[in-house]
Design a protein around this ligand. Structure first.
Ligand code: GCU
Length: 410
């Protein structure tokens, strides 16, 4: 086929502009961070009674300018499509349960791992990146049939069974009396920029308006709907659910926790730009870069802040503060410079005044703690050795933190 030369020019320009944003060298030098002033989460707030109104204002700004609003609550209804088989796993100390719930025409396949004979146990709820079959190597876990990234033809295959097991401290979670509830994030919305025609967005006739949900908001909304379902079970105590996520799914867990006060605790693992890292630092991944490479993650209004972070009405310390007074944990990895560990620490630190106003400790560490030395108050933070991942060290901290906050009064 002959491609008209005008089209070649247009295509080349498009590729060039994407290439500029992708290739523009990220800054990793602290001394080159532009001078900036962080917006004050407590602006106009003198006492705790004024916080809820200020909180609503901040929440609305994040929704309108960054993540996008959920366009309607009409889609919120969930139904149970398959009550799910149960069987003993981990030598009989846990039960594996796989209910399927339907949401906005999509089937969400849950993988629930429960301590044996659970009644009202607290739980970690977290999306997985490549399908439930990657979390635990068990032939009874079906392969996802949905679009999967970084796979040939975007299809899951048997060879991936258990491939992500090292990122899920299943046995430790169970031994400490928690349930683990996980599902593939692509069940809710495939992580591909297709003009919002796939996933739950397909239920809408038009591309969302500039202040309406990108994929992160959609995934966060999906987590709330799973929480609705968990509230109908007798095994899990839906008032004690910690929402956890890694990387793009850490951005998602923070936004889920901000939007839905029913989440008792939120954990952001290496969430970086658009998650816990301060945008104004412009170190590692930047707003312009994330909007260019992942245009479907945020709402279109967020593009206004490409190379223009000083105009943001908020910064990411205020996303962390939206959890207050509920406990929140921010975790970094020292080699994960793309996600800006120091910026993640600063977000936890600068959320602290809100916790203090509400009579909580916030983050005990005033300075960035040494590598592998967690600091845990109502806000937890650690920077561990190693790179971008979820490790046993991370889970050990999350379990300790969640035990302190969700189990201490049992
Ligand atoms: C990319 C992206 C990050 C994101 C990460 C992930 O690196 O730039 O923002 O957190 O993918 O989700 O793994």
């Amino acid at each position: 086929m002959r491609i008209p030369s005008s089209l070649i020019v247009v295509l080349a320009m498009g590729i060039a502009s994407v290439a500029v944003a992708q290739d523009a060298k990220p800054n990793y030098d602290e001394s080159k961070i532009p001078a900036y002033t962080l917006p004050n989460p407590l602006a106009g707030v003198e006492s705790a009674v004024q916080w809820p109104a200020r909180r609503e204002q901040i929440l609305a700004q994040f929704a309108t300018e960054m993540f996008g609003k959920v366009p309607t609550d009409k889609l919120n209804a969930i139904s149970v499509k398959d009550a799910g088989a149960r069987k003993p796993v981990l030598g009989g100390k846990a039960t594996m349960w796989q209910p399927v719930i339907t949401l906005a025409g999509r089937d969400l396949h849950l993988l629930v791992l429960l301590p044996k004979e659970s009644r009202n146990v607290p739980a970690f709820l977290a999306y997985n990146f490549h399908g439930n079959h990657t979390v635990l190597d068990d032939l009874d876990i079906p392969l996802t049939k949905n679009w999967v990234r970084s796979k040939p033809e975007n299809r899951a295959s048997d060879e991936d069974r258990g491939s992500a097991a090292s990122r899920w401290a299943v046995e430790k979670i169970i031994d400490n009396g928690f349930a683990l509830v996980t599902l593939y994030y692509g069940d809710v919305d495939p992580d591909v920029d297709d003009g919002f025609e796939n996933g739950v967005h397909a239920a809408f006739p038009n591309k969302p308006a500039s202040d309406q949900w990108g994929s992160i908001a959609t995934w966060a909304w999906g987590l709330s709907r799973v929480l609705d379902f968990l509230g109908t079970t007798s095994e899990i105590d839906a008032t004690r659910v910690a929402v956890m996520g890694h990387s793009r799914l850490g951005k998602t867990s923070l936004w889920a926790g901000a939007n839905d006060p029913r989440f008792a605790l939120a954990i952001s693992n290496n969430s970086g730009c658009g998650g816990a890292a301060i945008s104004r630092r412009r170190i590692g991944e930047s707003v312009a870069r994330i909007n260019t490479v992942f245009p479907h993650w945020f709402c279109d209004n967020f593009v206004k802040y490409n190379d223009n972070e000083s105009q943001l009405p908020f910064d990411q310390h205020m996303l962390v503060a939206l959890m207050a007074p509920r406990p929140v944990y921010v975790a970094s990895a020292v080699e994960d410079t793309w996600a800006d560990p120091r910026g993640e620490f600063l977000a936890a630190k600068h959320a602290t005044p809100v916790y203090e106003l509400l009579g909580r400790e916030g983050l005990p560490a005033a300075k960035m703690p040494p590598v592998d030395e967690p600091s845990q108050g109502s806000i937890g933070y650690h920077v561990r050795s190693g790179g971008h991942s979820v490790t046993d060290f991370d889970w050990t901290q999350y379990i300790k933190f969640a035990k302190q906050h969700l189990m201490e009064n049992e």
